[in-house]
Ligand binder design. Structure first.
Ligand code: GLU
Length: 304
C-alpha cells in the first residue's frame, strides 16, 4: 500500500473544503488557530510513519485526551469504573447536563465531558498529581518527552468553562465525585489542553491497533480485552452525536476533539491522526472526517 501517495492525494483533495468548517470559539484561545491548517499522519503497526501537510505542528488535542485518560483509569481501576460511568452513546451534546439529572449523576459514557470528569476524578483518587501523570503517560505512549500543556488554553478554558464547572458540581451533588470539583476540573482542563502533533497522536494510539501492546517497546498498555473495550467505545461514543455517520463514512473507531483532531485506528494495521480546525455541525473536524473517509475508501481497508 502506498500510504504516502494516498496521503498526498487526500491533501490535494481537502484544500477546497478547509474553509467550510467553523473553528471552535467557545474556548476563546482555540479561535486563534488558522482555519487553513491541515495535517495527517499514519503510523503502521510496523512503525513506519507517513505524514502530510501540518502533521508536525502541535495542536490542542481537547477531547482526544479522553481516550488516554480512560486508558489510564482502566489500568488503575479495571472494571470498577463501570459502576460510575455508562457505556452507551448519549444522543445529546458532549457538554449536556440534561441526561445527568434523569440518570442520577451517572454519565452515559466516558467520552462526553461528564464522563471524562468522572474518569479524571477516578485518576485523581489514585494519584495526587493527575495532570502530570496523564502528561507522562501520553509522552510514554507517543515516545515524545517534549509534549507539553498549552498554558494559554488552560487559562482560557478555566476562565470560560462555566458548563464544565456546572457539570462537575452537578455530578458531585449526586455523590459521583470523590474529590473536590475544583481539583477535578483543574486536572480535566489540563488534559484537554495538551498539545501534540498528528504524528504524536497517531503514535500514542498505536497500542490500540496492536491489541493493547505497544508495537515499538512490546510493553502491555492494557490487556487485549480492554483494548477491545476502548475501541468499541470509540466506535459507539467517540465522535460526538455523529457516531452513526462517522461509522458509516469512515468505518473505523475514532475519537475527535473540538481542536479539530481525530484519532482513528485500524486493528492490526495502522493508527492515523488528522487535524483540521474547521468543525462540522456535529463538532467533528469537517475536512478531517472527509480525509478519513477518503483514506478508507481509497485503501478499501476498514473494520467492516
Ligand atoms: N475542553 C473541551 C470542553 O470541555 C473539550 C471538548 C471536546 O473536545 O469535546 O469543552
Amino acid at each position: 500500500m502506498d500510504y504516502q501517495q494516498i496521503l498526498n492525494e487526500i491533501y490535494a483533495k481537502v484544500q477546497p473544503c478547509l474553509t467550510r468548517g467553523k473553528v471552535a470559539d467557545y474556548i476563546p484561545e482555540l479561535s486563534h488557530v488558522p482555519q487553513s491548517k491541515f495535517g495527517m499522519a499514519l503510523v503502521t503497526h510496523g512503525g513506519e510513519v507517513f505524514e502530510v501537510g501540518d502533521a508536525a505542528e502541535p495542536f490542542s488535542i481537547q477531547s482526544i485526551s479522553k481516550l488516554f485518560t480512560l486508558t489510564l483509569a482502566m489500568r488503575l481501576e479495571g472494571n470498577g469504573i463501570w459502576d460510575r460511568i455508562g457505556r452507551e452513546p448519549s444522543g445529546t451534546a458532549f457538554n449536556s447536563l440534561v441526561q445527568l439529572e434523569y440518570e442520577n449523576g451517572i454519565p452515559r459514557n466516558p467520552f462526553i465531558n461528564a464522563g471524562a470528569i468522572v474518569v479524571t476524578d477516578l485518576i485523581l483518587s489514585h494519584l495526587d498529581n493527575a495532570h502530570e501523570t496523564v502528561l507522562d503517560f501520553i509522552r510514554e505512549l507517543s515516545g515524545n518527552k517534549t509534549i507539553q500543556f498549552n498554558r494559554d488554553i488552560v487559562r482560557s478554558e478555566k476562565a470560560t468553562g462555566y458548563r464544565n464547572v456546572a457539570l462537575a458540581n452537578f455530578i458531585k451533588s449526586f455523590g459521583n465525585l470523590r474529590n473536590a470539583p475544583e481539583a477535578v476540573l483543574d486536572a480535566y482542563f489540563h488534559h484537554c489542553s495538551i498539545a501534540m502533533t498528528c504524528t504524536d497522536v497517531a503514535r500514542a494510539g498505536l497500542f490500540l491497533a496492536n491489541a493493547g501492546r505497544s508495537p515499538s517497546t512490546g510493553s502491555e498498555i492494557v490487556r487485549p480485552n480492554q483494548a477491545k473495550h476502548i475501541k468499541s467505545l470509540m466506535l459507539t461514543c467517540g465522535t460526538y452525536d455523529a457516531v452513526g455517520d462517522f461509522a458509516y463514512r469512515v468505518g473505523l473507531p475514532g475519537k475527535s476533539g473540538v481542536g479539530g483532531g481525530i484519532l482513528a485506528v485500524m486493528p492490526g494495521q495502522f493508527s492515523v491522526c488528522v487535524w483540521s480546525p474547521g468543525l462540522n455541525q456535529s463538532g467533528n473536524s469537517l475536512a478531517g472526517t472527509m480525509a478519513l473517509e477518503w483514506l478508507t475508501t481509497q485503501t478499501e481497508v476498514s473494520i467492516f
